[in-house]
Design a binder for this molecule. Sequence first.
Ligand SMILES: [Zn+2]
Length: 550
Amino acid sequence: MERLRIVGGRVYDPRNGIDGEVREICIEGGRIVAELPEDAPSLDARGMVVMPGGVDIHCHIAGPKVNLARRLEPERRRGDVVPRRVDAAGAVLRSGTGGLVPSTFATGYRYAGLGYTAAFEAAVPALGARQAHQELNDTPVIDKGFYLLLGNDEFLLRQIAAGETERAREHIAWALAAARAYAVKVVNPGGVAAWKRGGSVTRLDDVVPGLDVAPRGIVAAIAGAVDELGLPHPMHIHCNDLGMPGNSATTLETMRAVDGMRAHFTHIQFHAYGGERDGRPTSGARELVEYLNAHPELSADVGQVMFGPAVAMTGDTPVGYLLQRLTGGKWVAEDMELESGCGIVPYEYREKNYVDSLQWAVGLEFFLLAEDPWRVVLSTDHPNGGSFLSYPRLIRLLMDRSFRDDEIRRVHPEAVAGTALADGLDREYTLYEIAIITRAGPARLLGLERKGHLGPGADADITIYDDDEDVERMFSTPRYVLKGGVRVVEEGEIREEVHGTTLHVAPEYDASLEPVLRRFVGDYGTVPLDDYRIGEEEVHRGESFVPARR
Ligand SMILES: [Zn+2]
């Protein structure tokens, strides 16, 4: 068994209440252990900062839409080639391309190079699960998993409309098990199904044409089913009306609609605007932060916008359509049969643009006004608000007020004027809080017992940074990254390629659902039901979790 003692480093392990104390971290057999003998090999971390590996709760790194985005813009990737490399030990690193939507190998290498050891793809339709798994199998180093799109699933919406609550719940369990997914994702509930019928759903009580159901009923039914199934992560919801002025009212209504149940509101920045529908958006963040602060069963990731190039990549087809009308550039949209949709639009956020600046400011309001960092965690909705490679800059914005104030002076002044940033918020995140929003918090929200902390039994996924006053530089280039106890990164360079696991749930379901579902898919689908099922052998190094029903 490989053993290692990390000695002399200042440890930030919020889940175990360790705030910068010098501690020894011991590793044996890929896990953290309480202690090791003095003669076990050691790594000198004096003058360094030790944290659990980063956990990305929401990004887009695998599946059909990600691959479409890679193909949509070859010109943006030509300048960022990741060459094949054979190192001294003879280990081979695969070639690829980087850019905003890196190829599979490059995705794994770059996440690891940033100190992240787990990342979750946030939107995969059941029909795209096979491709998503194939890409995740090819993504080295990090542990991963994906969320299954269910908020516009025809069969599910019909069950909810008919009041067949139990059958709806069993369908969710069946679909997660068949796709080997980790959690349930809801995107614009009912809105994409309406779009496919030429209609529109933006508010909580707008009825989906042809289906006697509205978003309010959909989110309540799904959140309830996820609770009853005992899934490790609550319903992960992208609300209706993304990006539209005045949508914070819709978001607030959605929070009320899941009353008392757990729910995770993703990229909440994109759902937090005030103003009139046809007018200019303003900030609606304050009201939503207050609601979040007062409701411990709710959580969010921010979806911060970072200036520069991005790619809007969404299961929310109507949003893709509206965005391409704005940009007038390339785009792709696709229906995913009975399940969902997809839209991809390249975008660039500019400091001098009012709306872009407002989005940037609104994201920062969430970070700076949230009282509980365990429940409002870091994301850029990579690559929607910006690449995951921009996280170190975002961390600097949160930790360094004078840097933030300089940036505030560069953006559109009218955009900042109506936000809490204009009040001169002086909060500066500590390293302890950064460790919460980038690893301990996401791991807890995902129900990952062995991740996001450094207590005995945890996976030995560890990031060690040089203690540097320039936190952007510090978080860009970790000194060491360990994955399962193996030193995979040194000085930002991949030293060894390992393969992480694909995490998924395996809920039990009522088998009497299958004949009904088979008939439905036979009547309306083009793919037979059995082809939805992902075999165990199709997921390399899979690790499943059987949730206990409540
Ligand atoms: Zn997303």
